[in-house]
Design a binder for this molecule. Structure first.
Ligand SMILES: Cc1cc2nc3c(=O)[nH]c(=O)nc-3n(C[C@H](O)[C@H](O)[C@H](O)COP(=O)(O)O)c2cc1C
Length: 155
């Protein structure tokens, strides 16, 4: 298997972009940019997100009992960049609040799914986190889009 071809092929699957968040045991918010989000089931409402073992956020994710999926709107590209790059404090200057499940909810997100962690499945170099959605909120707006390694907006 050619790794570059694998990445290129997966990269033409256009996605939205989320910031997946948890509250750490240290009492601090943690989050990373993730486009591996997927809705799975309606009854019960379940979603998944995959987090790389090597991500600094993996530890807090693995020990948290809840997480939030913040689906970014087209004017939140700066958040996607910030939550995917090294930044001393990614939440500095970012509007957020603790959601009902305890996980951080970002201000201005297009939609937010607050989830209770149900399962952690090891898959290659990632862990798949399955969550049961307890609360979903949607705001007006358009999504930020990722395609072929770059950001875009829906026309
Ligand atoms: C558009 C985009 C989507 C990403 N999706 C994921 C993902 O689904 N899972 C993941 O583990 N990393 C993903 N990443 C990479 C992480 O955001 C990045 O490696 C991570 O934040 C590294 O920081 P950390 O080690 O502090 O967590 C994505 C990056 C970008 C730019």
């Amino acid at each position: 298997m050619d790794a570059a071809a694998f990445r290129r092929a997966c990269g033409v699957f256009a996605t939205g972009i989320t910031v997946a968040t948890v509250m750490g045991r240290d009492g601090k918010p943690h989050g990373l940019t993730a486009n591996s989000f997927c809705s799975i089931s309606l009854h019960p409402p379940m979603v998944l997100v995959c987090v790389a073992h090597k991500a600094a956020t993996h530890g807090p994710f693995a020990s948290a009992s809840s997480f939030a999926i913040n689906i970014l709107s087209e004017n939140q590209k700066d958040l996607s960049v910030r939550f995917s790059s090294s930044h001393a404090n990614r939440f500095e200057g970012v509007g957020w609040r603790k959601g009902e499940s305890g996980a951080p909810v970002l201000e201005g997100a297009l939609a937010v799914l607050e989830c209770v962690t149900r399962e952690r499945i090891e898959a290659g170099d990632h862990t798949i986190f399955l969550g049961e959605a307890r609360r979903a909120t949607v705001n007006d707006g358009r999504p930020l889009v990722y395609f072929g390694g770059g950001y875009g907006e829906l026309k």
